[in-house]
Structures are given as structure tokens and as C-alpha cells.
Design a protein around this ligand. Structure first.
Ligand SMILES: Nc1c(O)cccc1[N+](=O)[O-]
Length: 242
């Protein structure tokens, strides 16, 4: 997978040199490049923003640098890159969207700052590539860089070979629309608190049912919205497996 990230604060993306993403870059699973948007400015002040039409507070990112950046990083390639724009106005970022993005051969991230990017940049890009504005949640950040770190971690870990134990992907939270059951490790008793006996029973059928029930209970209590969206038929099939 090729990933290009455009930002006016490229140093914000330094954590992408670390840990499993850093290893994926080193072994070629991920070909990632971070670009400074000011590369595509031509004035002495390297201006990337201006006042908003219609008035209002703050500044808006000018279309010209972005247009040149996207032209440079997304030439007429087939298939075109998927442009991902983290923004409070985006669609919710979910595990399902992470899987969709993980299937793309080339992701292009545009990190907005100030009051955002001139809308025409996204409209023009959408004439030649898929464009998705993505929101991590209903709150406001300084810009898109931190969101890119989150999105890229969720996407990269889905790529073959990145996680040492691919089995981790099978029953983790959101893998099947539920929150994960509580997890325990040694010692069996800690500060007077015991690990549930069923998990130490060695009875894999009982353990699977306990985990499924615990996941359902946790999801119902904390995320009833997920439960409402769950295909209970799928749950029934999983139940038969368990
Ligand atoms: N919320 C927000 C923002 O305020 C700016 C950029 C990205 C996001 N987000 O992804 O949630």
C-alpha cells in the first residue's frame, strides 16, 4: 500500500516512523511519504490560507496549493488514489471503513487546518478519485494530523503481515459488531479478585459461550447502538459455531 500525507505540519506525523507502522514501512508493506503543503506555494510568504468568503472567524485553506499537491501526488493513475480528508464534518470512522481503506492500493490524506480546506478542492478531486471526509468523533481538533495517525493505525494493522498474530483480528472489538469480552491473565487471584472460573476450565465451548455472552452484555450496556445494528442472524450462526 502506498500512502501520501499532505500537511502544513509534517513533523506532526513523526510517530509514523515508530512501532509496527515503522516496521511496515521498513519492510515495504507500506510505502509512506509525508509532504509539506507549502511545497506547492509560490509566494515569498508561502501562503496557504486566506479569509473566508461570506465573512466569519478564522481562515480557510486556499485551493491553489492543494490543487497542485493533488495533481502532483495523484497523477492520472489507474486506479486513482482514495483521498481521505479528516474533518469534523466527515462520516464516522468505523472498523468497516478501516477495512475498506485497507483494500485501497493508494491512500492520499489531506490534513486540513484553520477553518478547513476550500470546498472546491474536494469537489474537483471527486471528479477523478474517490473522496471521503472522515470524522473520528463529535469534537473539534486543531487539524487533521492526529486523526490521520489514528486512521492509519487502524488501517495498517489490517494489512497482511503487519500484526504478528493475525488471529488478534478475529475476535477483537468491532470485528463482529460487538465490543470484546473482558480479558484476564495470570495471576488467577489478584488483590482478592479472581479470574472467572470458566476461563480456567479448559472447556472451550463454555469459554466461547461465556465470551459471547459477556460481549453481548458489555455491548448492550455501553453501545446499544451497535447492538441495534447487529445482524442477529449472523450472531445466531456464530452461536452455532461456539
Ligand atoms: N474533529 C476533527 C477536527 O476538528 C479536525 C480534523 C479531524 C477531525 N476528526 O477526524 O474528528
Amino acid at each position: 500500500m502506498r500512502v501520501d500525507i499532505v500537511s502544513i505540519f509534517p513533523e506532526y506525523l513523526a510517530p509514523l516512523d515508530l512501532s509496527l507502522i515503522g516496521k511496515a514501512r521498513a519492510n515495504g508493506t507500506l510505502r509512506l511519504a509525508v509532504h509539506d503543503l507549502r511545497t506547492w506555494t509560490h509566494d515569498v510568504h508561502r501562503t496557504v490560507d486566506d479569509t473566508p468568503y461570506g465573512g466569519g472567524p478564522g481562515m480557510v485553506m486556499r485551493p491553489e496549493p492543494w490543487g497542485e499537491a493533488l495533481d502532483s501526488l495523484a497523477p492520472a493513475e489507474v486506479p486513482p488514489p482514495h483521498l481521505v480528508v479528516p474533518a469534523p464534518t466527515g462520516v464516522p470512522f468505523t472498523q468497516a471503513l478501516a477495512h475498506e481503506l485497507a483494500a485501497a492500493p493508494h491512500l492520499l490524506f489531506a490534513c486540513g487546518r484553520y477553518e478547513g480546506i476550500d470546498q472546491r478542492v474536494l469537489d474537483h478531486a471527486a471528479t477523478r478519485m474517490p473522496v471521503t471526509e472522515v470524522s473520528l468523533g463529535d469534537y473539534v481538533l486543531f487539524g487533521g494530523e492526529v486523526a490521520v495517525l489514528v486512521i492509519l493505525e487502524a488501517v495498517t494493522r489490517l494489512l497482511p503481515g503487519v500484526l504478528g498474530n493475525a488471529g488478534s483480528l478475529e475476535d477483537e472489538s468491532h470485528a463482529h459488531g460487538l465490543l470484546e469480552a473482558p480479558m484476564y491473565t495470570k495471576p488467577a487471584t489478584w488483590r482478592g479478585l479472581d479470574v472467572p472460573e470458566v476461563l480456567r476450565s479448559g472447556d472451550h465451548g463454555r469459554i466461547a459461550r461465556w465470551r459471547r455472552d459477556a460481549a453481548l452484555t458489555r455491548t448492550a450496556l455501553r453501545r446499544p447502538d451497535l447492538l441495534a445494528a447487529l445482524d442477529l442472524g449472523t450472531l445466531d450462526k456464530r452461536d452455532m459455531v461456539a
